[in-house]
Design a protein around this ligand. Structure first.
Ligand SMILES: [Fe+2]
Ligand SMILES: [Fe+2]
Ligand SMILES: [Fe+2]
Length: 327
């Protein structure tokens, strides 16, 4: 029995609701971990906005005779706890917190973009308008975080002596190597999930770029006398910020994969922004250039993934056998 477009819209709304439930937990804990008054304030302000988002999504569900999914919400809340524990376990907690929050806001932004597209296809202009308006606030929060990258690095390096900066920079490079390992894993899902859609091509191109990025990071790390951390490469993949746990679900449709990939590219963008700043403080020009170059590639990839959102929504709907107009 094929799904109706109406049922798909409800599913997207329950996903958005669980994403807000996870965000609520994050926003409550984040100010205490930020170690910087400006960053803490950005989180506190966004907590009020997030409460509003949760309410507006719940009301859309109720207006459709549906309700939030307890199961999805619980999985998402567990993801929030995982992210907080991960950030807290890192020596550069404010940096990790800020970059993960930056990525999460982009996950939300993507969720609402995709939701608005499904709502438009279902002819629900109210839901589309709400999705676009919430999406704007997620984008604004992401920009506030981006403006605070300098402060996040300052807060992370506050207790690092000048002699230890060198080693700290190697740790940031090892983190970048581990993130690229996870990017490769995510991008390899492209053909399996995105099928023949335009998204698959975007991911395939970026997979090759990503392999080269990982090589450049490893070479730079070795030139500095460090080496990739097998433990970090494994830990990022196996737990901690396991993307599935972090975002509360595994991607199983082209639309979800697009949202994941968009958020993940922003995790990388933030990582390279922070790496660049740490390298600047250490006076390592080669690493500054490397971070700027790869960061630019991640921004290009994120833009291409966003351009493929519409194709990903259409591919998801046709994969699911959704019958348009039977709602
Ligand atoms: Fe948000
Ligand atoms: Fe990358
Ligand atoms: Fe990337």
């Amino acid at each position: 029995m094929p799904d109706t477009l109406d049922e798909q819209l409800t599913k997207h709304l329950t996903d958005a609701h669980s994403i807000e439930e996870q965000a609520l937990l994050q926003m409550k804990v984040a100010p205490r971990l930020a170690a910087d008054p400006e960053i803490a304030r950005a989180f506190r302000e966004h907590l009020a906005e997030t409460q509003d988002h949760e309410r507006r999504v719940r009301e859309l569900l109720e207006a459709r005779g549906a309700e939030p999914s307890r199961t999805k919400d619980l999985v998402a809340q567990a993801g929030a706890v995982g992210m907080v524990l991960f950030a807290r376990s890192q020596p550069d907690t404010p940096g990790k917190l800020t970059s993960h929050a930056y990525s999460y806001e982009h996950m939300e932004l993507a969720t609402y973009e995709l939701l608005a597209m499904v709502a438009e296809r279902a002819g629900d202009s109210d839901a589309a308008a709400v999705a676009r308006s919430i999406g704007e606030q997620e984008g604004a929060m992401a920009r506030r975080l981006e403006h605070n990258f300098d402060r996040a690095v300052d807060a992370s390096l506050r207790d690092v002596g000048p002699d230890d900066l060198d080693e700290q920079l190697n740790k940031y490079l090892a983190d970048a190597h581990a993130i690229e390992a996870q990017a490769i894993q995510l991008l390899q899902l492209g053909p399996k999930i995105a099928g023949e859609s335009g998204l698959a091509q975007v991911l395939a191109v970026h997979l090759e770029v990503t392999r080269a990025q990982q090589d450049s990071v490893r070479d730079r790390l070795r030139a500095r006398g460090g080496r990739p951390s097998r433990f970090k490469d494994f830990a990022l993949r196996g737990g901690g910020v396991n993307i599935g746990g972090f975002f509360g679900a595994q991607p199983d449709t082209p639309a979800k994969l697009a949202g994941f990939a968009f958020a993940f590219e922003h995790l990388e963008i933030a990582g390279y922004e922070l790496l660049k700043r740490v390298a600047e403080r250490e006076g390592d020009r080669d690493t500054v250039e490397l971070a700027a170059r790869i960061g630019g590639q991640e921004r290009t990839a994120a833009g291409k993934v966003a351009d493929a959102f519409g194709a990903a929504v259409d591919a998801s709907l046709s994969d699911l056998g959704v019958t348009v107009g039977s709602a």
